[in-house]
Write a protein that binds this ligand. Structure first.
Ligand code: ZN
Length: 348
């Protein structure tokens, strides 16, 4: 099933019931009360126990269910929380906004989004979009960045020097010295993850071989959603977008691999959901004009990055900015959730 992005916008106009023409859109833009700003929020994992999650997970990816719900309350007080489809319509000039709008997104398709975030969204009656790496969903596999983080953490705890295993994987001594000198393990994992797939696989193989077998028993909390969960959420009004097939950093791969990743993620998601898929999120936010053109050619109508900014009418819908949030984003000086910091960060 391949439908063009233009058809997506025609369909969206229909569902929202708004007339659309260039002239009409232009007239709308000049309306005094039409703010045409969209804050796109990016979350990853929503967890029951933040203390436990921050012990064994990349801290920038996790937020507690309570803090997540508080974020949404604050955002709702300043913004109209719209579906991504509705927000795109506003960004393209097909709908006017009396208040700034916000969109809730999640990357990676973690199971705890189904378990913890979805009940909050349902209770508050809010729309959201989840971007999933299609090859990993329902496969029992976990994401490479989580594996790399866990293995680095185990190595540091056991006092195992990773320079030799990294050398075995083809990393130069200078590179490994730089990577391993990072202060936070999340930075180590991020640097190890930032490789084309064959190299990343070699790194994982060499790290697993250098550590005791038990180190490769990854925490259950890294689990991703099953296709049944995804379909249940989609039937319940949550929209799904593609996040490549294997969560590859597309700017590091050759053109043919990137093109295949992008096409395949759309095909697989559409087949699983039995509905068209219009939205894409670049893994780790990385893109360039070539990758953007591939995403557009594949028939996607929008793509999000991790560039920190608020989207404005007229922005390129293939490189939409987002604000990434986690528990750390709204911590005060006492180290716990701060309503004051949250208001500073989230209120318009
Ligand atoms: Zn991701």
């Amino acid at each position: 099933m391949k439908l063009s992005a233009d058809l997506f916008f025609k369909r969206s106009m229909k569902t929202v019931g708004a007339p659309f023409s260039r002239g009409w859109a232009k007239a709308r833009q000049t309306r005094k009360n039409d703010v045409a700003q969209v804050l796109i929020l990016a979350y990853h994992r929503v967890v029951a126990s933040i203390a436990e999650a921050e012990r064994n997970s990349i801290y920038g990816l996790v937020i507690s269910t309570e803090s997540f719900a508080r974020h949404l309350e604050i955002v709702r007080s300043s913004y109209d929380i719209l579906s991504l489809d509705e927000a795109l319509l506003a960004l393209r000039g097909g709908r006017s906004l009396d208040r700034p709008a916000a969109v809730i997104t999640f990357d990676d398709g973690y199971r705890d989004v189904y378990d913890n975030a979805w009940p909050v969204l349902r209770q508050m009656g809010l729309p959201a979009t989840v971007y999933v790496p299609t090859a990993l969903m329902g496969s029992g596999q976990i994401l490479d960045h989580d594996r790399l983080y866990w293995l680095s953490l185990q190595a540091r705890a056991a006092g195992i020097d990773l320079r030799q295993p990294l050398h075995n994987a083809g990393i130069t001594p200078q590179q490994s010295a730089r990577i391993l000198s990072a202060r936070h393990m999340a930075q180590v994992a991020d640097a190890l993850n930032y490789h084309p797939l064959p190299m990343r696989q070699a790194i994982l193989r060499c790290l697993e071989a250098a550590l005791p077998e038990a180190a490769s028993h990854y925490p259950a909390s890294y689990e991703l959603m099953s296709w049944e969960m995804i379909r249940e959420m989609a039937d319940g009004g949550i929209s799904f977008g593609a996040h490549s097939d294997r969560h590859l950093i597309l700017t590091l791969e050759d053109g043919a691999t990137s093109e295949q990743e992008i096409h395949r993620s759309k095909q697989v998601l559409e087949a699983q959901l039995r509905r068209p898929v219009w939205h894409f999120a670049y893994p780790n936010g990385y893109c360039n004009p070539l990758i953007q053109a591939m995403v557009r050619r594949a028939g996607f109508a929008s793509a999000v990055t991790t560039k920190r900014s608020i989207a404005q009418r007229g922005d390129d819908v293939m490189t939409l900015p987002r604000i990434s949030l986690c528990e750390e984003s709204t911590r005060g000086i006492t180290g716990t959730y701060s309503e004051a910091v949250a208001h500073l960060r989230l209120a318009a």
